[in-house]
Ligand binder design. Sequence first.
Ligand code: FAD
Length: 520
Amino acid sequence: MEFALFCTRVNVVILLLALCSPCKFIQSPMEFGPLNNFLQTSSTASVDFGRINFNFPAAVLRPESPKDISLLLSFLSASSSSKVSVAARGAGHSIHGQAQAQDGIVIEMESLPSAIEIHKKKEEEDEDDGVSYADVSGGVLWIELLEETLKQGLAPRSWTDYLYLSIGGTLSNAGISGQTFKHGPQISNVLQLDVVTGKGELVTCSPTKNSELFNAVLGGLGQFGIITRARILLQDAPQKVKWVRAFYNDFQTFMEDQELLVSMADKVDYVEGFLVLNEKSLHSSSIAFSANLDNLLPHLQPSKIHYCIEFAIHDSSSSSSTVEQVVEEISRMLRYMPTQVYSVEVSYFDFLNRVRLEELSLRKRNMWDVPHPWMNMFVPKQGINDFKDLLMESISAQNFEGLILIYPLLRDKWDTNTSALLPESGGSEKMVYVVGVLRSANPTTCSTKCLNEILRSHNHIAQIAGEERIGARQYLPHHPSPAHWRRHFGRRWDRFAARKARFDPLCLLSPGQGIFPRAL
Ligand code: FAD
């Protein structure tokens, strides 16, 4: 085993030297640039946010341009005897080693120049004539894009809750948050991509140009190509946001009110919800609402689970009276526990960057760089009650560390041509729920044994929930074998596999997903 590992590493080094040598001879060391970096190793490339899998690459590439990536993949494609695989690493916020490459090469996408070019629609243009968009490198973080676009009064329309994730990383999954019901996932808000395929070809693609590659890569789990640049749709950014929280003691009413809110997309800009399991988790997820907790806590019955809906309304006007009226009008329609509704007004930036405060607070308590046995599921509406019961059977509310998110998405905002997967729809059902079990394993109270038990329990839940009765599918999926992946994709498997054969026939890319074993 050790010898095999040694051989693999030696092969990588020989291969990289072969790749580098011509350049060494024809260029000075300074010009030699990124290829000098080939033989770097990195401790971060074997670690991700999950802290569950630690796969060590043989080498790390820090590209200075998409051409460096193309050169590497062209070389590997041409060298049929090589077994080396390659993973793009964005911010490394995966849970199960998806951006890792055991004995392979990790490409650190942050090293690409982070130029962000913004095209602002002219005022006289209407929607048919032009749109605002940003051209942005695949390794740029969403927070960086937000900061840059806000300077021009613009912002992307669709978000994730946390912004220190890379453009290429979230577009390889879907990118969802409380705006998804209204604008679709982030992958529904992309106009064009530059991609280096597994064969090393540099291709620009869009819904009308090389559309098969465009659709393959969006939600494609890094399997078909590496996104080096994306054109992201922008809209006018509001100045401020009214952010509202309403509390419930009944799951059915909580769900019905969430569904009512997502039916009002003309008024409401963001809808999410979460389970209130214990006081500690409420405190850590309520930094912006901390002033309201003294009022709220006496209304929560100990040892009972409560539910919180969050919704938000953008305030683009200089007067705040209209947004106040809209909030009041909407709040009157909701059936939360008497008086248990709270609101705060925050800047748009602070609203979108809200999880950063939680991160900083967790870092202070040494609770950020800990294992994160997360489970994210898309659950058809017809199965959500059963799923919630199944989940709660395995959770002790009082000891739970983290957050459980539940909120609805609308299927018609997802393009079924992309590789992203929602569960099959039961008839005309328009809605699907996302359930995010965002758990931290505190090493002082949860040992390796306890962590493994959580992982086992999540696997068990995902397996039962995947059966026909509930019909759920994992988001940010993780499966133990190619056979499980086949089951995950169901009738979409053939298309996914055909795209792989076309764009990455040697199965070089994203080995950490474990979908396609490396072809020899
Ligand atoms: P990485 O972990 O670096 O990579 C993920 C996968 O994408 C790997 O397979 C990798 O090889 C591939 N990849 C990376 N870059 C590229 C590229 N340029 N081209 C092609 N493939 C590439 N997700 C949501 O949808 N909504 C949320 O609200 C949300 N909140 C989160 C909050 C936190 C605190 C964390 C840790 C994660 C959250 N996520 C959320 C999940 C997150 O979107 C995914 O884990 C995403 O992959 C992270 O991006 P990354 O840049 O860290 O990707």
